[in-house]
Design a protein around this ligand. Structure first.
Ligand code: PLP
Length: 383
């Protein structure tokens, strides 16, 4: 079966991991700061905080921005559940903004209308989390203008988008947001097996996220509320977690990061081949925008009509031909857990239409030309 996504591990990656295993530090050693520094330089952000997953990064990003009970966080219904769950972890309420069917990203128009409505009803969000679906950035400049007008903070869920660009700046530079979050799960652009990173240009947010990832503890006498008891002393200042990335993961991350431009280039080349192959069919492609370089975590197509039965049949057919076609994503508000907290079918019509049309086709650096040709032929037979 051709998977929809897959890591690319080379000898340098393997050697990096082995050298950590032979060193004195399996965790809390030099590799994590190295990975943080390398990624913050690559993304042109002042601070980077490595954690054990993007889910953890989203959680501490929300907390650092002060999200708690009584607050509201908005995101896209077309995302992995972790984006929305991260706000629930903080005791906040979650709501969604419908998508734009051309890009699959949060619709700026829908956001604008919902903000006007929320202002009247006194339920404006404290934080909005746009998700760069498939690796293509949301329209962050317009979204930030709304953030200023309506006074909310922005977390970019860029789990799909590390290595991509928006307006010629690297995604992660936080030009238009408070915090950007990346994931290094093996299906993503680069991997640390499990892992995530939060980037920011705000010193206080960085300090707060650093404390939250490791029990809320400090060993820095300047941050302590009373004189140190001695050289063994550490102090807990707030309720944090153990969300640390270890040195084995970070070493893999550093090594993978050295090849990120190559990965993004290969993904773009494969995507271009798909685009050309489907250009004169009635398949809808998500429109690439000229001021963005997509990292192409996913290659998404939309079938011509929203028909749940035909959609399912198409995916079953592809799988029967050795192609692990997938769906990204089931709209979060349709999950039983979210239905239980009050969301209904019909709440976000574009997201629901998208769900009955979208197929993720295999896309990863080592996908061969002949595999891709096989996928293209099978997809063309569907429409
Ligand atoms: C993968 C992913 C996450 C979660 O990442 P983990 O590192 O697995 O916690 C969150 N949001 C989006 C959009 C993702 O694709």
């Amino acid at each position: 079966m051709i998977p929809y996504g897959k890591q690319d591990i080379n000898q340098q990656d393997i050697d990096s991991v082995i050298s950590v295993l032979q060193s004195d530090w399996l965790t809390q050693g030099p590799q994590v700061p190295l990975f943080e520094q390398a990624l913050s330089e690559k993304c042109q952000a002042d601070y980077a905080i490595a954690v054990n997953s993007a889910t953890s990064a989203l959680h501490i990003a929300n907390l650092a921005l002060g999200v708690g009970k009584g607050d509201i966080v908005w995101t896209s219904p077309i995302t992995f559940i972790a984006t929305a769950n991260s706000a629930l972890y903080c005791g906040a309420k979650v709501d969604f903004v419908d998508i734009d069917l051309c890009s699959g990203n949060m619709s700026v128009d829908a956001l604008k209308i919902k903000l006007q409505w929320a202002k009247k009803h006194n339920c404006l969000p404290k934080v909005v989390i746009p998700v760069h679906l498939a690796g293509q950035s949301c329209d962050m400049e317009s979204i930030q203008m709304l953030a200023k007008e309506y006074d909310f903070s922005l977390i970019e869920d860029a789990s799909h988008a590390v290595g991509g660009k928006y307006q010629h700046f690297p995604i992660g530079c936080c030009q238009y947001s408070d915090i950007t979050v990346f994931s290094f799960h093996p299906v993503k652009i680069i991997t640390s097996a499990e892992g995530g990173m939060a980037l920011t240009n705000n010193k206080m947010l960085a300090k707060s996220m650093r404390a939250l990832r490791s029990h809320g503890v400090t060993a820095n006498p300047e941050e302590m509320t009373e004189p140190s008891h001695g050289p063994w002393y550490y102090q807990q200042l707030l309720l944090g977690f153990n969300y640390r990335m270890n040195d084995i993961q970070a070493a893999l991350g550093v090594s993978q990061l050295s090849r990120i431009d190559e990965f993004v280039k290969q993904r773009n080349q494969l995507a271009t081949r798909y685009n050309l192959a489907f250009a004169n069919t009635n398949i809808t492609l998500l429109t690439p925008s000229t001021d963005k370089l997509s990292a192409y975590h996913l290659y998404l197509i939309l079938l011509p009509e929203a028909n749940a039965i035909k959609h399912k049949q198409a995916i079953v057919n592809l799988r029967a031909h050795g192609i692990c076609a997938h769906v990204h994503y089931i709209p979060v508000h349709l999950q039983p857990y979210y239905q239980q907290i009050g969301f209904k079918t019909g709440d976000f019509p574009n997201a629901e239409q998208y769900y009955q049309r979208v197929i993720s086709l295999p896309l990863y650096p080592n996908l061969t030309r002949s595999e891709q040709q096989h996928i293209i032929e099978q997809v063309k037979l569907l429409v």
